[in-house]
Design a protein around this ligand. Structure first.
Ligand code: ZN
Length: 331
């Protein structure tokens, strides 16, 4: 094996040694011991021993193999939590001065890794690979703890789902996708609010409504849009199925429209009013009426950093949490 000394029979006076690599003499290799080097890899070694009675050649060894590396103290540094950045600690390897490389779950190879929303709820595996001449490469897999949401749950809100009018889309999909929006690390969950569906009751009612039913909730609601009236967070079935003209003109995904409309109307229930575009080219606040005009902003289905901050326990807006305001909010 590479780096591991071989010894011929004990040195005796009057005996000469010559080490052979694949049958050929290795220049200068005339001591009783020989340490295989890089040139010997994959080749058999033998030793020729010469004394007064003559010369014998040992049986060849197996081809010289790469040495085995050992590893200690590889780690992922940092807190596995959405919005945090993790860093690989290379640890130690038994080979001298190895080349160390990293591979994160998304295939990226930098030493640092920015946690992604899709990582929440999963343990991440970092592969640390060391390579050195004469050694078999060694890959160590380091797993993080389960990736957490941006902040832990501070408040649990229960809601139930109802319908109004003739429903021509999958209610099951509506329930599932609305809950996905609530569970999404980029959504209001990021401010510590967890939404839990219940069979009846709860703090608010999420309604999937035929478009013509919207004005029945309030004269302030329009058959064109979704709306929020008191405890009712009402999603207009027409918008749910087909997004909005502006959204479609920008070739954006229907799934993102659904995220946007659930976040927006639920944001009203959380006590948030409409927001303005903070500047050209910026992400639109989810509480901006994006279907009605972007004011130079970019479409955005999820609350912005600022909107999230406004809902965290430090944000003054927690005062609105009871949502006793029954004025309609039309998106
Ligand atoms: Zn609105």
């Amino acid at each position: 094996m590479y780096g591991q000394p071989l010894t011929a029979s004990a040195a005796e006076p009057g005996v000469a040694y010559q080490w052979l690599r694949a049958g050929a003499p290795v220049p200068g290799a005339t001591a009783p011991t020989y340490t295989p080097g890089l040139d010997d890899l994959d080749r058999p070694l033998a030793v020729q021993v010469t004394d007064a009675t003559g010369s014998t050649i040992s049986a060849p060894t197996a081809p010289v193999a790469r040495a085995t590396m050992t590893a200690t103290r590889q780690r992922v540094l940092g807190e596995p939590r959405w919005t945090h950045t993790l860093k690989a600690r290379p640890g130690r390897f038994s080979a001298p001065d190895p080349d160390v490389s990293y591979r994160w779950p998304d295939g990226s190879t930098a030493r640092t890794y920015a946690v992604r929303p899709g990582d929440v709820g999963h343990r991440l595996a970092l592969e640390v690979t060391a390579e050195a001449p004469g050694y078999d490469p060694l890959t160590v897999t380091v797993r993080t703890a389960q990736v957490a949401h941006r902040i832990d749950v501070r408040r649990t809100v229960r809601y139930h789902v109802e319908t109004r009018g003739r429903i021509t889309t999958s209610l099951r999909e509506f329930r599932r996708q609305a809950q996905e929006t609530y569970d999404d690390p980029r959504g209001w969950r990021s401010s510590g609010i967890r939404f839990v569906p219940v069979a009846r009751g709860g703090a608010f009612t999420l309604v999937l409504a035929e478009a013509s039913y919207l004005p029945r909730f309030s004269s302030g609601c329009s058959a064109e849009w979704s709306c929020r009236v008191g405890r009712f967070v009402i999603i207009n079935q027409e918008r749910w199925k087909h997004a909005s003209p502006a959204w479609n003109a920008a070739h954006l995904a229907l799934r993102d429209y659904r995220h946007m409309v659930v976040n927006h109307e639920t944001g009203h229930w959380l006590g948030l009013g409409h927001a303005q575009c903070p500047g050209p080219g910026r992400l639109a606040p989810v509480m901006q009426q994006q279907s009605k005009g972007l004011q130079g902003c970019r479409f955005n289905p999820f609350p912005t950093e600022r909107e999230i901050a406004g809902r965290t326990p430090r944000g003054r807006a927690m005062a609105y949490a009871l949502a006793r305001d029954y004025s309609p909010d039309v998106e």
